[in-house]
Ligand binder design. Structure first.
Ligand code: WT7
Length: 653
């Protein structure tokens, strides 16, 4: 067995059931069509949308790496997501089953959505906003957040959604970078049944930097918690005094396929977040295409639930644009999974008979930690498909997810993509692909990806030692068009490494097994080098989490005098682990990793900790764990949910 052999080839594989295949949106022929004529294939996907003016060319790549897709075409995103469904006679279909944190709920039909989006569009126009202007949206998961995004899209205003958990400083830097003219927010937000201020943070952001002027002319405030808020006369406006009183009629115009739809900031390797730019026609084409085929979505029949927040790209592409373009009926939930208790998600699934459930591995592992008797207490028989996104899902969590949430039969789609890719790039097709727990399997029809070495040479299939880099060697419709205000950084970050070949470097390590399945191993900066051997943090984490007593694990490479890097692991134990002799357990876990992967992957240290440092999007902050492992002062902890976790982690060392 080679050093990083994880036995993928021998791993279990799950064929789609005959029953699923018979009704699936996608069959094998989708791959054939894309292979036969890529441009024609994408033109066909684009034509699932309504174009006010048809495009004359599918792709113009002459200005690479900035693509133009569906050249000459004109469309309106909001018309595609709302109006056309009403015009087609589906106005009474529920678009959004909204569940509030404290237990209130609200249903919005496509008719309702059209009226609300039109009202908001009329208000934004009254405020003097014009196509191309930027609008910052800083809101919790309330229907008005989605309405605001759609109203921006309707008017060609470029939105920049800032996650409502971000600090005033983070909001200010994003507002300044994009020069937003309008900020939309709520008075406060509900968190586990308690209200917390939000508008206050906007004021703090706008008054920060002393008298440094900002671009914001108005702050539009939705009343959500009735918490008291500071108010600036003339600048601040209530949604219920303006939008609610505006006309529900609005005739939209169409925008160029390359009109910028939104900016979304994401962190890079430096401290300054990158404003990723997405445009209109290609973005909507690929989000709608992937939502239809990857989730096997049936409009009017399925009840779809993506548990993401609109502050992240998953919320943009798979709550707002993809699903609504496909006339989905979906659940939108404001709160956390354990408020008022750990049954919340399953109560919601039962209430609305959710049939498609899309979440992140970190949440699946949290559910595992809480124990299967919790979902076991509910009728989850409506669920027919499960999705995963955000990080590699460890096989243990994958199997648990399928068994306890998917009744051992729902296919799981492990979807690999990024803020930059805009939409899903790799995933099984649920009626076609035999899935392996932990693998995103391969590029979708119309998408091309390779796994290559440092020099751009294809990595041999089944070569588990030569962990390669994931690259995208063909442009795709929903690709980013740049970084706001910094085209040099765009080129340097994504296109420099394989400039000669003209490939996009995804920043992820990957390998292809002997069956041709792609395994994404995580960011390459999370790949460790131990005695010249490359070992993925995700692989070691997976091995640790495979142990019956471990709920979650985070692994970092810490500088080591003899081996270059040494593996340092932090683990949380399952609630059911009971009293444990931690010295004995640490020994057992080290042996387990050595056995599962290779003796080279045996962690140098394992620390049992009560919590792991996570960002609000659920990503483990490995950089900070590396600081702890290497005994340094902590770097920037401002994006952590709970900076105090470090006291506990340090105490355990
Ligand atoms: C990075 C992108 C895509 C929306 C949410 C995150 C990792 C994402 C998977 C997956 C393995 C995955 C990658 C990628 N990632 N999905 N299914 N399997 N890794 O968006 O914050 O832009 O992060 O998340 O490392 O590069 P993001």
């Amino acid at each position: 067995m080679s050093t990083t052999e994880t036995g993928h080839a021998q791993q279990d594989s799950y064929e789609p059931s005959e029953e699923f295949v018979a009704q699936a949106n996608a069959g094998k022929e989708l791959f054939d069509a894309a292979d036969a004529d890529r441009d024609a294939f994408w033109a066909e996907q684009a034509n699932r949308l309504h174009w006010h003016e048809p495009f004359t060319q599918v792709l113009d790549w002459s200005d690479a790496p900035v693509a133009k897709w569906f050249v000459g075409g004109k469309l309106n995103v909001a018309y595609n997501c709302v109006d056309r469904h009403v015009l087609d006679g589906h106005g009474d279909q529920v678009a959004i089953h909204w569940e509030g944190d404290p237990g209130d709920s609200r249903d919005l039909t496509y008719n309702d959505l059209l009226a609300e989006v039109s009202r908001a569009a009329n208000t934004f126009t009254d405020l003097g906003l014009e196509a191309g202007d930027r609008v910052a949206i800083y809101m919790p998961m309330v229907p008005e957040a989605i309405i605001a995004m759609l109203a921006c899209a309707r008017l060609g205003l470029t939105h920049s959604v800032v996650f409502a958990g971000f600090s005033p400083t983070a909001l200010r830097s994003r507002v300044d970078d994009a020069e937003a003219r309008l900020v939309i927010t709520t008075d406060g937000q509900w968190r586990r049944g308690k209200s917390a201020p939000l508008k206050e943070a906007v004021d703090e952001a706008l008054y920060a930097n002393g008298d440094v002027p900002h671009s914001v002319e108005h702050v539009l405030v939705v009343r959500r918690t009735e918490i008291e808020i500071p108010w600036t006369e003339g600048r601040d406006l209530w949604w219920h005094d303006t939008v609610a009183k505006a006309s529900p009629e609005h005739a939209c115009t169409a925008f160029d396929a390359e009109h910028p739809l939104f900016i979304l900031y994401t962190s890079g390797t430096t401290g300054k977040p990158k404003g990723i730019i997405h445009t209109t026609g290609g973005y909507l084409t690929q989000t709608a295409y992937t939502h239809h085929y990857v989730f096997d979505h049936k409009p009017g029949k399925d009840v779809y639930w993506c548990t993401a927040d609109i502050g992240w790209v998953t919320g943009h592409s798979y709550i707002v644009y993809g699903p609504l373009a496909n006339r989905a009926t979906q659940v939108v939930y404001e709160g956390t999974p354990n408020s008022p208790d750990e049954h919340r998600h399953w109560n919601i699934v039962e209430k609305y008979k959710v049939s498609i459930y899309y979440t992140a591995p970190t949440l699946v592992r949290t559910f595992m930690k809480w124990g299967h008797t919790i979902p076991g207490a509910h009728d989850l028989s409506s669920i027919r498909l499960l999705g995963s996104v955000g990080e590699p899902i460890n096989p243990e969590a994958w199997r648990w997810y399928r068994k306890y949430i998917g009744a051992d039969k729902a296919p799981i789609v492990d979807t690999w993509w990024q803020t930059e890719t805009g939409a899903i790039m790799m995933s099984p097709l649920p009626g076609v692909t035999a899935t392996k727990p932990g693998a995103a399997m391969g590029p979708l029809p119309g998408i091309s990806a390779k796994v290559v070495d440092e020099n751009g040479k294809d990595v041999t299939r089944g070569d588990t030692e030569a962990n390669g880099y994931l690259v995208l060697d063909q442009p795709w419709p929903s690709m980013l068009r740049g970084i706001w205000g910094d085209s040099e950084r765009y080129k340097a970050t994504y296109w420099e490494k394989y400039a000669e070949q003209g490939w996009y470097f995804a920043g992820d390590g990957a390998k292809i097994d002997t069956d041709g399945a792609y395994w994404v191993l995580g960011r390459v900066d999370d790949v460790m080098n131990v005695s010249g051997h490359r070992i993925s943090t995700a692989e070691v984490e997976s091995a640790l989490v495979g142990h019956r007593k471990v709920a979650e694990a985070a692994v970092v490479g810490a500088t080591d005098d003899t081996t270059g890097q040494g593996i340092v692991a932090f683990v949380i134990l399952k609630g059911s682990a009971g009293e444990v002799d931690s010295d004995a357990l640490v020994k057992e876990l080290k042996a387990e990793v050595a056995r599962e992967i290779s003796p080279i992957a045996r962690p140098r240290e394992i620390h049992v900790v009560p919590e792991l440092p996570k960002t609000r999007s659920g990503k483990i902050m490995r950089r900070l764990l590396r600081d702890v492992a290497e005994g340094r002062e902590l770097g920037d902890t401002s994006t952590l949910v709970d900076p105090s976790v470090f006291e506990a982690i340090r105490a355990s060392k």
